[in-house]
Design a protein around this ligand. Structure first.
Ligand code: DGY
Length: 322
């Protein structure tokens, strides 16, 4: 019997699945994230951790847990919060939840794209404030979507699902990726370099993982390549965009607008961002549907239990030699 710690309560059947196993399961029952010290104390003696994307899981946590730690199962597809190299050195398997949140996250990218282009939230604010004086030829004019060019940065599962949705809008598609992707080519998408994508697209949607290479991928220089009529959408990870540079671009008319679900220093926003009317800002809702979070819950539990049973988990991000 091994000790498992779930760092924050999760919806769905995941915790029940863990409890039905032969292992001893503890769940953080606070309705908040644990402080660093609390986390370090809670993991002592654990063989399995079910973790959240806002927790840094690194050498300090591995030391605190002890040598018996075998698996860290992240309740997310992204795993930039985990020091995977250090985990691998210590033969700790790191798991994530790809696939099950693809469609929900693609939907949020489109919610942002349509919402910011058609100024839906600004309109909603006018209505709620009782400020609407009736139809006007010039009120809240947005940008067309149909027939425009959509660039997908990072043609993985979610990027491809966002691209697939654009077919109904008859959009011209382009994408960046290290090599051509058959699923994207099948959609008629053009494989281009980053500069071409930024210079030619009317909508740019970010889907690259956060790594040292993609940190501030969209910096001031790259944002300046975009058309002043273009919109930037980010449902991946905040630090891929230099958020301060984005605020400047939005305020100075270098970009038409941005739809963001993720931020550089979550939950804080860079100064000036909330003052930009040409933004639609969501609180990291990409996977936030009842059904998706339930599927993530089951997958995260399955990942964890399989490793404790000395078998290959459905989704590991590192390879541990047997
Ligand atoms: C993830 O899974 O990485 C999303 O950001 C949250 O579900």
């Amino acid at each position: 019997m091994a000790k498992i710690f779930v760092t924050h309560p999760i919806p769905g059947a995941g915790v029940d699945m863990l409890r039905e196993s032969k292992h001893e399961v503890a769940v953080n029952r606070e309705s908040r994230f644990l402080s660093r010290d609390e986390l370090l104390e809670a993991v002592v003696g654990c063989a399995g951790l079910l973790t959240q994307l806002r927790e840094a899981i690194d050498a300090e946590v591995f030391d605190a847990a002890g040598d018996q730690l075998k698996v860290v199962s992240n309740y997310a597809v992204g795993f930039n919060n985990i020091d995977v190299d250090e985990a691998t050195r210590r033969e700790i398997t790191v798991c994530n939840t790809p696939g099950v949140l693809t469609e929900a996250t693609a939907d949020i990218a489109w919610t942002l794209l349509m919402g910011v282009a058609r100024r839906a939230v600004e309109g909603d604010h006018i209505m709620r404030a009782g400020d609407w004086s009736g139809w006007k030829p010039t009120e809240l004019l947005g940008g067309d979507i149909e027939g425009r060019t959509l660039a997908i940065l990072g043609a993985g599962r979610i990027g491809t699902a966002v691209a697939r949705r654009s077919i109904g809008w008859n959009m011209k598609l382009m994408y960046t990726a290290r090599s051509p992707k058959p699923d994207m080519e099948a959609l008629g998408a053009r494989h281009v370099d980053l500069e071409t994508a930024l210079r030619e697209a009317d909508f740019v949607s970010v889907h690259v993982p956060l790594t040292p290479d993609t940190h501030h991928l969209l910096n001031a220089d790259r944002l300046a390549m975009m058309k002043p009529t273009a919109y930037l959408i980010n449902t991946a990870r905040g630090p891929v965009i230099d958020e301060s540079a984005l605020v400047v671009a939005l305020k100075t008319g270098k970009l038409a607008g941005a739809g963001l679900d993720v931020y550089e220093d979550e939950p804080a926003l860079k100064q000036g961002l909330t003052g930009c009317d040409n933004t639609l800002l969501l609180p990291h809702l990409g996977s936030a549907t009842i059904q998706t979070r339930a599927r993530m819950s089951e997958l995260a539990a399955r990942n964890l239990l399989t490793v404790l049973d000395n078998q290959a988990p459905p989704h590991a991000v590192n390879q541990i030699q047997a």
